[in-house]
Structure formats: C-alpha cells, structure tokens
Design a protein around this ligand. Structure first.
Ligand code: NAI
Length: 345
C-alpha cells in the first residue's frame, strides 16, 4: 500500500481525497501541520508527501525527505514556487496539478472585481443593519473599460473571455503570447499606462516577483483597480499601500498576499494581528481580501483529488512516468512533459 503524508490538511480536503484514495488503495496520513524543517519528520515511513501552497519545501526539507526514502512530492496545486525543484532534481520527483478548474479562479477574480466596483461588500453590511442609504456606493460600469491581463495561460484566457462578455476592451502582456485567441498584446509599461483594471494571472518566479511595485504604480492610471488571484509576491504590498494612500490606486482585490503563509486558511479572529501591513490593507474601504479562496469550488476540489491520486499512482505503478512531473533537467520545468516519454531522471 502506498503511504502518503498529507500536510496542511483542511476539513474540505478530506472527503475528496478519502474518496479517491480509498478507491485506489492509497493510505493518507492526514496532518494539520504545514511541511517545513520542523515537521518533516512526520513523513518518515511514507512513500510520498502531498503538499499545498504554503508548505515550505526547501532544500533542507527535500534532503530530509530523501533520507527518509520519500520518492515523490505531490503538489495538490498548480503553482509550485514553494518547492525548490532544482534541489529536488536527482533525488525526489515532483508532480503537480496543472489545471483543476481554471474557471474557479477566473470567476473568483471577476467576483472580486464586481464586488469592488459595485461596492457589494459595503451594501451587504449596510442592509444587514437595515441601513438602506446609497451614499458612497456609486460604482462604475465595466463595459467600455480597459482591462490589462498579465499572464494569458489557462486562467488568464478564461478571465479574458469573461471580461469580453462584459464588453471590456482587453489588452495583455505575456512573454509567451498565444496567437489563436485574438488577444491584443502590449508591452508591460503600455499595459500599466492604458488599463483601468489590471488582473494578474502569471506564475510567481524570480522575474515576476514584485511585478507591481512603486515604479509600475507610478505608470498606472489614477483610479486603477488591481486584482491579484495569482500569488501574493507578484505585488510589493508596501508599494500597493502607498499607492492606495496616495489615492493613485482606486481599489485592490487580493486573494493572495506575500506573507500569507502563516495567516491565511486559519481562523485568526480573536487574535492580535501581527502583520501591520495586512491589517492596514484590510482597514482600507477600497481593499477586498479573500484568503486564497479562488480555487475553492466543489469541481476544483474533486479534480485536485482525482489528479493528485492519479499522479501518485502513475508514479508508483507506471514505472515513474507521470505527465504532470515538474522536470528540472531541461530547465523548461512544465513544458518538457509534453514530449517526454520517460522519467525526468
Ligand atoms: P498557466 O501556466 O496556464 O499560465 C501562466 C501564464 O503566465 C503563461 O501563459 C505564461 O507564459 C505566463 N507568464 C510566464 N511568465 C510571465 C511573465 N513574466 N509575465 C507575464 N506572464 C507570464 O497557469 P494558470 O493555470 O493560468 O495559473 C496562473 C497562476 O494562477 C498560477 O501560477 C498560480 O500562481 C495561480 N493560481 C492561484 C489560485 C488561487 O486559488 N488563488 C489557484 C490556481 C492557480
């Protein structure tokens, strides 16, 4: 029986993973702890670890897992910036779930945007208090506005389709443009200068970290709305706060935050918030924060569990060949798998 240490377990993870795991004879060791250097020992005796976005899979953690004989790191997420794939190369194979419901994330981005520009979050609280005043609730039409989409992969393209449905003008930036979608690509600086709304849908890498920084904000239109459902560190949160305080940024819709790892996904009500920057952002009337919830639909949870279980089974039962392996060898971490017919190493 394949034993899997399942880190950072949340109540909504268990039903789908138990369902697919039992069906295929996997034994999950559900752990509430996040994977890091202090908790890695909990994986001893397991064949694989299953991790999520805020598990910290550093080189030290990987070396310890390797000592314990762990063969596979199975990410139950698309993003893998929290795994040192380079350090894992030659030791432990890494698989991920490239797509589970890009619709879930794109729809959440639009939900945040609509909530913000139509002040739904304010209206909801008011009417619950029988306050039916409309003062301060004036929004603006999305129709006719320009949205700049950074990253036109699976999620970005669905978000573009949704925006087109609203009659928005779409411009985009991506170093690897897709040619079949009729998308108007522009330079990043032009996107900053022309967009009424900017939505981030690129991965977090060394080159995308702090894509939205003070320089970028200086180039943007006054009143721009920034939506981030991708990864927190794409935005320099200090610069974002300054832009909001300077009334340059009209609104921010954040599903992710650079320092979310020890905060998001947990009930912190009744605790003192140690992160002053996040507290200040949340205190702003034009900032909406959800705690990395964009993926959280029934369809996505089911797809995540099914693909993760299949990834684990393909690795252990299919001679190690898994189409969702993140391969470091060729440096083309995700895309080499399209042609590869053998293990990464
Ligand atoms: P994808 O791999 O299909 O698309 C990413 C796109 O970003 C690609 O077209 C790529 O060429 C582009 N890109 C790469 N470097 C770039 C750069 N420097 N500037 C602009 N674009 C660049 O990925 P997918 O599925 O669309 O996911 C996008 C991101 O969404 C993931 O990396 C992940 O961080 C985030 N995500 C967030 C979730 C949430 O719950 N909030 C859930 C799932 C994903």
């Amino acid at each position: 029986m394949i034993k899997v240490a399942f880190y950072d377990t949340k109540p909504y993870d268990k039903p789908s993973f138990e369902h697919y795991g039992v069906m295929h004879g996997l034994q999950f060791r559900f752990l509430e702890a996040k994977l890091n250097e202090d908790t890695v020992a909990l994986a001893e005796g397991c064949d694989a670890v299953c991790v999520f976005v805020n598990d910290s899979v550093t080189e030290t953690v990987i070396d310890r897992l390797y000592e314990y004989g762990v063969k596979l790191i199975a990410l139950r997420s698309a993003g893998y910036n929290n795994v040192d794939v380079r350090a894992a190369f030659g030791k432990i194979h890494v698989v991920h779930v490239p797509a589970y419901s890009p619709y879930a994330v794109a729809e959440h981005a639009m939900a945040l945007l609509l909530t913000s520009v139509r002040r739904i979050h304010k209206a909801y609280n008011r009417t619950r208090d029988f306050n039916f005043s409309l003062s301060g609730l004036t929004g603006f039409d999305l129709h006719g506005k320009t949205v700049g989409v950074i990253g036109t992969g699976k999620i970005g393209r669905i978000f573009i389709d949704i925006c087109r449905g609203f009659g928005m003008k779409v411009i985009a930036y991506d170093p690897y443009p897709v040619l079949d979608g009729g998308i108007q690509y522009v330079a990043l600086d032009d996107l900053f200068a022309q967009s009424d709304v900017i939505s981030l849908h690129c991965p977090l890498t060394d080159s995308t970290s702090h894509t939205i920084n003070a320089d970028a904000i200086a180039k943007m239109r006054k009143g721009v709305v920034i939506v981030n459902t991708s990864r927190g560190a794409l935005i320099d949160a200090e610069a974002l706060l300054s832009g909001i305080k300077a009334r340059k940024i009209g609104a921010a819709c954040l599903d992710v935050y650079e320092e979310e790892a020890d905060i998001f996904f947990e009930d912190r009500s009744g605790h003192i918030m140690n992160d002053d920057l996040l507290a200040r952002l949340i205190s702003m009337p034009n900032v909406i924060v959800t705690s990395h919830q964009a993926f959280l639909t029934e369809e996505a949870l089911s797809n995540i569990a099914e693909t993760t279980v299949n990834n684990i089974l393909s690795y252990f039962d299919n001679g190690g060949i898994c189409e969702n392996e993140l391969c470091y060898r060729c440096g083309n971490i995700e895309h080499c798998k399209k042609t590869r017919k053998q293990k990464c190493f």
